[in-house]
Write a protein of this length. Structure first.
Length: 247
């Protein structure tokens, strides 16, 4: 495969990967606490061509991998006392499946029939003592900026707000949950986080921005397809010319 066609084909694959990321972001523009996936590009040098006299012929663009954009989304007022939003860096801790601790910025919580504060998926929200919140009364909860939960004037516990030195090391679990491969690596109290009761954090995947990005990727995709077509036509003409010379 000639260098033009090879580079264009690699560009097509990279753009397909980018389109997948952008499509997933657009699908979650209304998902509370969602953190957008972004891509960064690098170049790949084929090992068999690394010592080529013309190194540019061995370089192909690739999406090296996505990174998670932890930029805070807008806080939207709901008035629901069990809706909580974090201002600043940090995560709510919840008990996920199989006893695994998961972390989320989506504070769309509710009280289960048993009086346990849970996520929309039914995962119990953790307190700083490792327990979960259990209420007996149907009276509204009060949550202060430090995450302390009270009801009828009695303190019930404090939310386990956690932050990480390197949040990029977290792994996504579904749309709004994260898992730490090593829960003790860089984890600590979210000292700068403030809890806002009656609010939810919106997705930080801007719908308009994502749409513009997809249109741009599609245009670039079309240009790369044309480049491959031109490369194929040039190869065909070259073969025809060689055939004429040899006849």
């Amino acid at each position: 495969m000639d260098p033009l066609t090879s580079t264009a084909a690699s560009g097509l694959q990279a753009h397909m990967d980018s389109l997948d990321l952008q499509a997933n972001n657009l699908a979650n523009t209304s998902t509370g606490g969602y953190k957008a996936d972004r891509e960064f590009y690098s170049t790949y040098v084929a090992p068999e061509l690394a010592d080529s006299a013309d190194p540019m012929t061995s370089i192909s663009p690739v999406v090296e991998g996505p990174w998670i954009d932890f930029k805070q989304g807008l806080l939207q007022t709901t008035g629901n006392p069990t809706d909580l939003a974090i201002q600043g860096s940090g995560f709510f801790s919840v008990n996920g499946p199989n006893g695994n601790t998961l972390y989320t910025r989506n504070g769309n919580f509710q009280l289960s029939p048993a009086g346990v504060l849970v996520t929309t998926e039914g995962y119990p929200v953790r307190l700083t003592n490792g327990q979960t919140l259990q209420v007996q009364s149907t009276d509204p909860l009060q949550v202060n900026p430090q995450g302390e939960i009270s009801q009828d004037g009695s303190v019930l516990g404090q939310l386990d707000l956690v932050d990480f030195e390197k949040p990029q090391n977290l792994t996504k679990m579904g749309a709004t949950y994260f898992r730490a491969a090593n829960p003790q690596a860089g984890a600590g109290p979210a000292g700068n986080a403030q809890v806002n009761q009656g609010k939810l954090e919106a997705s930080n995947a801007g719908g308009a921005q994502g749409s513009v990005r997809i249109v741009s990727l599609l245009r670039q995709f079309d240009m790369l397809q044309k480049a491959i077509k031109i490369g194929s036509e040039m190869n065909r003409e070259a073969i025809e010319q060689v055939a004429k010379v040899g006849s």
